[in-house]
Design a protein around this ligand. Structure first.
Ligand code: ZN
Length: 133
């Protein structure tokens, strides 16, 4: 499986404060925000060379991001790897005994296909697989 880093997800509690750092202090270009209704999050992508940072803002109290920030505080949330064939990648990982959060891909930001790998199978890192379409 060939995979390249697509983006790094960062859970934020205070979006404006995080933009003052990532956009204003670091000078990264901010894309238009995108609402991912199924996850109850709003994603704010910042271009960082070949890869991106994804600021994840909860849009509801029961959002997974709201719960994450509540228990762990804001910070690194996931690493997203771009693959050519996400269905094949999931099947290969499952065959190797890797614990998957998503057995099949769902729609993520930018109308891509995404699926998450459980941190217990990825040395404590939440890994997102992504395929463009
Ligand atoms: Zn992501």
């Amino acid at each position: 499986m060939k995979a390249t880093i697509d983006h790094i997800g960062i859970a934020v509690g205070d979006l404006e404060a995080s933009l003052r750092f990532f956009r204003d202090a670091l000078g990264l270009d901010l894309d238009a925000p995108e609402e991912i209704a199924s996850q109850r999050v709003r994603a704010h992508f910042l271009q960082a060379g070949e890869t991106m940072l994804e600021l994840l803002e909860a849009t509801a109290d029961d959002s997974p991001i709201a719960k994450y920030v509540e228990t762990r505080g804001p910070g690194l949330h996931h690493v997203a790897l771009l693959v050519d064939d996400i269905v094949a990648a999931l099947a290969a990982l499952k065959g190797k005994g890797v614990r998957l959060i998503d057995e099949s891909p769902r729609t993520g930001a930018h109308n891509s296909l995404v699926a998450f790998i459980h941190p217990s199978s990825a040395h404590g890192v939440l890994v997102e697989l992504k395929q463009k379409r």
